[in-house]
Ligand binder design. Structure first.
Ligand SMILES: C[S@@+](CC[C@H](N)C(=O)[O-])C[C@H]1O[C@@H](n2cnc3c(N)ncnc32)[C@H](O)[C@@H]1O
Length: 411
């Protein structure tokens, strides 16, 4: 077994990665995003300039932004089509100079405000549960304009702004990713929709789109004079049953947590406004962990069996989640292995089932060691670790707040 080190994830690569939201990282919300510092650490230490990096559970595309900034090509795959949109906007190469592009974005925003063409109506049966009718109609009008924009970079930037508006002006709580009508939001929306709400909506659209543009412009300034690496995105595919089109030199990924966030439930509003139908979203959501039926793989980890028994003894009905989870992520990671001699890095978030902290990192390591991989190192986040050892009021006294970065070399 390789080294195990306790470090502060946020302080890795200090000087190179100034914050978790720098450049385009913070352009839009996505649940359980990577800390870019961790991705940078893996890329700089385990891949070369001009090589390929893959993330089969790419989510919001943190891996792609870091690959771009360090001169690596990137392949992003995810079951959720929102990944396509987020990766495109976060790695956007402006086709013209920053000043001219800003002028075009401003011009498009002016046009949006007076647009009288075809509205865009999302395929979303319960839309009027989430919006007041006149607000919904105004959003359909604005989205009608945004979807009609031919220039991709202008369309992407305006879409970011309008997605933020579409969330804020809905009845869903802004603090909770899943669609949820809360009392707090009911109060907020009453205020937001009083008086000249159309003016407020337009101002917010303009300011959010310009903020998004500023982040994209920052990325383009940083990349000036450098070769723009290739970024490929494949979405709507289940990682456990789809091979990557490229064998990467480095795989860096963060599979869903054991008790998974439901990414589709958290991103439905965005998907409908971007033009995905309810039917498509439902179909894909069935392939998301923990609702999917994964292909079975031979699990060779002893720790897997040991903890399987513990879960079975305490809450047998939860075994289904345990098995689905490990068969999915282990099959997926095996399918998305890097080339021979390449490196696989897996970020693992806190995991507990039936009140039992599950050592997901050990299970993955044992499985890959049995497949002939060499364990290079495991990093444990000191901040998460400290929370446990201080013994203060803590809902997770058994160590489930740990975060791990597991690094292994393919034989
Ligand atoms: C922890 S998130 C990844 C977040 C990403 N590291 C980032 O920085 O944004 C896990 C991702 O796994 C995806 N996912 C869940 N089940 C999947 C499956 N069966 N195949 C492919 N992706 C899946 C989810 O859509 C989600 O984007």
């Amino acid at each position: 077994m390789g080294e195990v080190r306790v470090v502060v994830f946020r302080e890795l690569m200090r000087g190179e990665v100034p914050s978790t939201k720098y450049v385009t990282h913070g352009i839009y919300y996505y649940p359980a995003k990577f800390i870019p510092q961790v991705v940078r650490y893996a890329i700089v230490n385990y891949s070369g300039v001009g090589g390929w990096v893959e993330d089969p559970f790419a989510g919001s595309g943190t891996t792609c932004v870091e690959s771009l900034l360090t001169g690596r090509n990137c392949l992003a795959m995810d079951i959720n089509p929102l990944t396509e949109f987020l990766v495109r906007v976060k790695t956007l190469a402006l086709p013209i100079g920053v000043r001219d592009a800003r002028r075009e974005v401003r011009r498009a925003l002016d046009k949006a405000m007076s647009y009288g063409g075809e509205p865009f109506r999302p395929d979303w049966g319960r839309a009027l549960y989430w919006y007041r009718e006149d607000v919904f109609e105004e959003l359909c009008r604005l989205w009608g304009f945004v979807h009609s924009i031919r220039e991709e970079y202008v369309r992407l930037i305006l879409s970011v702004g309008l997605l933020k508006v579409s969330r804020r002006f809905s009845f869903t709580d802004d603090q909770i990713p899943k669609l949820y009508r809360s009392k707090v939001k009911a109060e907020r929306i009453k205020e937001l929709l009083s008086g000249d709400w159309r003016g407020r909506m337009r101002r917010m659209f303009r300011s959010e789109a310009l903020k998004a543009f500023k982040k994209v412009a920052k990325l383009n300034k940083l990349m000036k004079g450098r070769e723009w690496p290739e970024v490929r995105v494949v979405t709507g595919v289940d990682a456990a049953s789809t091979d990557p089109p490229i064998r990467a030199d480095l795989v860096i990924t963060s599979p869903p947590y054991l008790i998974a966030h439901e990414y589709f439930r958290s991103t439905k509003l965005e998907l409908y406004w971007l033009g995905y139908s309810e039917k498509e979203v439902k179909k894909l959501a069935r392939k998301e962990i923990p609702y999917n039926k994964p292909p079975k793989t031979a699990i060779k980890s002893r720790t897997y069996l040991e903890y399987r028994d513990k879960v079975a003894a305490k809450k047998p009905h939860l075994l289904r989640y345990y098995d689905t989870y490990f068969h999915t992520i282990l099959t997926a990671l095996q399918r998305h292995s890097p080339r021979k001699g390449g490196v696989m890095t897996v970020f693992i978030g806190p995991a507990t089932l039936a009140g039992i902290p599950i050592p997901v990192h050990d299970i993955i390591r044992e499985q890959f060691e049995a497949n002939g991989y060499e364990h290079i190192e495991t990093l444990i986040d000191a901040i998460a670790a400290r929370k446990i050892f201080t013994g203060r009021k803590n809902n997770n006294p058994n160590g489930i707040t740990h975060e791990y970065l597991l690094i292994m070399r393919a034989s």
